[in-house]
Ligand binder design. Structure first.
Ligand code: 13P
Length: 251
């Protein structure tokens, strides 16, 4: 059975005081019978505190927004997977398009980051997504296939239990333009079929595939009702506790 997951990617927003206040606001607004797996990905700076606050709350955990491709050593400014795990985070977001585009992260580098995450027992939210030009040129399916296969398809079926895939079309991130429900479902089904071809039905049917890109309380219900959409990776709307909690309850 696939998990329904809603993750908040706070990106480079909120200082420590604001971030901790948002964690507390989200937790206070989640219904007591919350059934959705909720993941909060704040800045490294207060990840430890955020994770600690979540640690007694069922189905709520913290994630980092990235990790180093290296284990340790002379990499000034980098944060290793084992450091993240030692802060009680459970997930790491890898391959966000903002990192791929702004920091030149390649599929090969992301493969190394996945290995580091796994070596510290972190689960991975692996992001993929095409640009508008790629969609217009009708190369988006090939592009998504290469992003996923080149970074993940060396993994075993067992490893895949620790992978969540997030489809985030670049043209929908922070733009207010959401992929239509049909567009999103079409890509999610495509990704799930890639998993069927590579690993078989069992892995494909137990891997959660999240949608990200201008997801908000008004469109979440329709998106999450789709057969292959198991939740969302939320940017802007995750910075507002009411909106984010509403999205978590949109299944
Ligand atoms: P927005 O929800 O702000 O479009 O961002 C999506 C995203 O990039 C989440 O990782």
């Amino acid at each position: 059975m696939r998990k329904n997951i809603v993750a908040g990617n706070w990106k480079m927003n909120l200082n420590r005081t604001e971030g901790i206040a948002l964690v507390e606001a989200v937790l206070s607004k989640l219904p007591v019978d919350n059934k959705t797996h909720v993941i909060l990905a704040p800045s490294f700076v207060y990840l430890h505190k955020a994770a600690k606050i979540c640690s007694n709350i069922p189905k709520v955990v913290a994630a980092s927004q990235d990790c180093s491709a290296n284990k340790k050593g002379a990499f000034t400014g980098e944060v290793s997977a084992s450091m993240i795990a030692s802060c009680s985070a459970r997930y790491v977001v890898l391959g966000h398009s903002e990192r791929r585009v702004n920091f030149n992260e390649s599929n090969e580098l992301l493969k190394e980051k996945v290995a580091q995450a796994f070596s510290s027992n972190l689960k991975v939210i692996f992001c993929c997504g095409e640009s508008l030009k790629q969609r217009e040129d009708l190369v988006h399916f090939d592009w998504l296939k290469s992003q996923i296969s080149e970074s993940l398809f060396h993994l075993s079926s067992d490893d895949f239990a620790n992978i969540v895939i997030a489809y985030e079309p670049i043209w929908a991130i922070g733009t207010g333009v959401t992929a239509s429900t049909d567009q999103a479902q079409e890509v999610h089904a495509f990704i799930r079929n890639l998993l069927v071809d590579k690993y078989g039905n069992e892995v494909a049917e137990s891997t959660s595939i999240l949608y990200g890109g201008s997801c908000h309380p008004k469109n979440a219900i329709e998106l999450f009702s789709q057969k292959d959409i198991d939740g969302g990776l939320i940017g802007g709307a995750s910075l507002n506790a009411d909106d984010f909690v509403a999205i978590t309850q949109s299944f």
